[in-house]
Design a protein around this ligand. Structure first.
Ligand SMILES: Nc1ncnc2c1ncn2[C@@H]1O[C@H](COP(=O)(O)OP(=O)(O)OP(=O)(O)O)[C@@H](O)[C@H]1O
Ligand SMILES: [Mg+2]
Length: 259
């Protein structure tokens, strides 16, 4: 098994205003260390405001860290071109309807990352798009549709296709399952697992639903106040949690928490 991603001593400080004239530095996350293996799923859980989104957005390149380094295949991310980064790490957001251009057809939406980040000819792009659409379980007919013609789970499938069309190493998903009813959550989770089996992609999932987290993750990180308080294999976290915060999260678990 090879280490795909390595996060070394990553911290992010931001300035918070304390009044009209004063401000102080706070940590969104601090001294973060973990690794992700190829073809595995890592879930990040923790209370609201614990730094999960800020951390994964930094890994996706949407924010910068104050200190520390992220390594992909042993190379510092800061040394990779934007194109290399975009090809390797893709991000999925909570509400796909907000991130899919309502004026573009699904075909155009899926062609955009290939046009920007690859040198493929139009005919090769079309082939890649059709294969990816098939991978996420959508028929080629959908290429002519617009996002608002799709159900919410189909919009998630398109967002997933857009993320997968470049054959990335890592997909980061920040609470994509929240807001879907339970049967659609399982449909999307099964699709994610199926794609992982076929393509060997790794996932970093920010999630709240503890039963789904157990179902999908190989490894779990628990964050509290910007720090990692638990970092272990899924079954170890569930059978013998070390931190008080993890015990609390496991005890307070309700199946329909945060619909
Ligand atoms: N640039 C910034 N300016 C002000 N505050 C920031 C900034 N970046 C992060 N924060 C703060 O950092 C903390 C972590 O926020 P973050 O959104 O990452 O938490 P989260 O774990 O994703 O929470 P949730 O579960 O509610 O999504 C919050 O207190 C947030 O207000
Ligand atoms: Mg968040």
């Amino acid at each position: 098994m090879s280490t795909l991603l390595s996060i070394n001593d990553l911290s992010k400080k931001y300035r918070r205003s304390n009044g009209i004239f004063t401000s102080s530095l706070h940590n969104a996350y601090k001294d973060i260390n973990f690794t992700l293996e190829q073809g595995k799923t890592l879930s990040i859980i923790g209370e609201s405001g614990s730094g999960k989104s800020t951390l994964v957005q930094t890994i996706a390149g949407l924010r910068t860290q104050s200190s520390g380094e992220i390594y992909l295949h042993g190379k510092p991310l800061s040394k990779l071109s934007l194109q290399e980064r975009c090809k390797s790490i893709r991000m999925l957001f909570h509400a796909p309807s907000d991130s899919l251009n309502p004026k573009a057809t699904i075909g155009r939406i899926l062609a955009a990352p290939l046009k920007l980040n690859s040198n493929l000819m139009a005919i090769e792009r079309d082939k890649q798009i059709k294969e990816t659409l098939n991978l996420v379980g959508l028929l080629p007919d959908y290429l002519a549709f617009y996002p608002n013609m799709l159900s919410s789970v189909q919009q998630h499938q398109v967002a997933l296709a857009r993320a997968m069309v470049l054959n990335p190493d890592i997909i980061i998903a920040d609470e994509i399952l929240a807001g879907l009813d339970i049967s659609l959550r399982f449909k999307l989770v099964n699709l994610l697992l199926n794609i992982q089996e076929k393509k060997g992609v790794s996932y970093i999932m920010v999630a709240h639903n503890m039963s789904l987290v157990r179902h999908i993750s190989d490894h779990i990180i628990v964050m509290h106040n910007g720090e990692i308080v638990e970092n272990d294999e899924t079954e170890t976290v569930y059978s013998s949690p070390k931190s008080k915060k993890t015990k609390h999260l496991l005890q307070s678990h309700q199946p329909d928490y945060r619909k």
